[in-house]
Write a protein that binds this ligand. Structure first.
Ligand code: NAD
Length: 347
């Protein structure tokens, strides 16, 4: 499209939302006409997975319970072996972005329909993006066929998230919405999604951290993360996601913790060059946005700096140079010198 013309595209998907929505999964399997389900679930989702196994009965073909972060192709190969041995014809994933990513990888190789049942706030279930790693290199592909056709949001499945994961995963979602506000292809729709998402996350998060089993707060947080995932699906992400991708891939870092500690630094870097996003964020946050997000990030009781995550300080310059050399949209030109300073501060 020409420079002033944004394109808004909506992926066809069926989304079930609400307390107890997981009990609809067998009906959704039936709706797809599937007879042999591959169930992908992490240990953290064992109770829900056990429940589903009972309900699926003979329609369960196989169960795979070892998805790994960043979707290593060797792990996908193990799941593919199960698919072939059992002639599975649909995949259901229950868990965080790692479980959802494995289902996407299996579907990308087979065309199998997917039902994604997320238990974190990463947002992968609504995006057409798949990142895979092989020999320490992460490559990403985008294809509308990769997005799960059915998504089930059951806030009850998020009640078990520990406080730390709740905080870092929420900040991961927040990063999708914040970058959508300064994206060059932002539209009225992505602005609306981002605004409601940011408001919901910043309102619900303190309540959920104070009372992790409060279902109303969990519900709002999950809905806000859904909207953030839609932002990620619809707009081109900028510096924050580039840095997270480069650092995460190079040093094999935990996804949500890395996003959580980076975001305020990137906001402080970009917002002076993104006046419309800055003004909107101020209205939503009611204060200086980077400071508010920074305070939240530092309240995490795990690693809150790149140094604490184990990144060597002398590795920062090379990452900055790599990220500066890559083509992606960002409100402030990301030149290597300034990026090195940003990373030093995050370190
Ligand atoms: P994750 O899926 O690796 O989960 C992190 C940890 O939390 C795991 O140990 C998991 O078992 C546990 N966990 C998950 N849900 C839980 C719950 N409800 N209660 C208790 N423990 C729970 O991490 P993530 O941050 O959800 O996802 C990260 C992965 O997703 C990365 O591989 C990332 O690249 C990918 N991702 C992809 C996209 C995309 O659009 N393609 C978007 C976001 C994330």
């Amino acid at each position: 499209a020409a420079a002033q013309v944004a394109v808004h595209e909506t992926l066809p998907s069926r989304v079930l939302v609400g307390r107890g929505a997981r009990r609809e999964i067998p009906r959704e399997v039936e709706r797809l006409g599937a007879r042999r389900v591959l169930l992908v679930a992490t240990g953290s989702a064992r109770a829900a997975a056990d429940e589903l196994v009972g309900e699926l009965g003979a329609r369960l073909a196989a169960r795979f319970d070892r998805p790994v972060v960043h979707t290593p192709v060797a792990v996908t190969a193990q799941a593919m072996k199960l698919v072939e041995e059992t002639s599975a014809d649909a995949v259901v994933a229950i868990g965080g972005g790692s479980a959802v990513g494995l289902a996407k990888a299996v579907s990308a190789r087979t065309g199998m329909p997917q039902i994604a049942v997320p238990t974190t706030y990463a947002g992968s279930e609504v995006t057409p993006v798949l990142g895979e790693t092989e020999n320490g290199v992460k490559t990403t592909r985008r294809d509308p066929a990769i997005a799960p056709g059915t998504v089930v949001y059951d806030p009850e499945l998020t009640l078990t998230m520990p406080a730390g994961l709740t905080l870092t995963s929420s900040l991961n979602a927040l990063a999708h919405a914040v970058e959508a506000l300064w994206a060059p292809d932002a539209t009225a729709v992505s602005d609306a999604l981002a605004t409601e998402s940011i408001d919901g996350i910043l309102t619900a998060l303190p309540a959920v951290l104070a009372d992790p089993t409060g279902i109303a707060g969990r519900e709002r947080l999950q809905e806000s993360a859904w909207l953030a995932g839609l932002c990620l699906a619809r707009t081109r992400m900028g510096l924050h996601h580039q840095l997270a991708h480069a650092l995460g891939g190079t040093f094999d870092l935990p996804h949500a913790e890395l996003h959580a500690l980076l975001l305020a630094h990137v906001m402080a870097f970009n917002l002076p060059s993104a006046p419309k996003a800055h003004a909107r964020l101020r209205r939503i946050v009611g204060g200086e946005p980077a400071a508010v997000v920074g305070r939240l990030a530092r309240s995490y009781d795990g690693p809150t700096t790149l140094g604490a995550l184990g990144v060597p300080r002398d590795g920062l310059r090379a990452v900055a140079e790599r990220v500066a050399a890559q083509p992606y949209p960002n409100p402030r030109p990301p030149e290597a010198e300034a990026l090195t300073r940003l990373l030093e501060e995050a370190w």
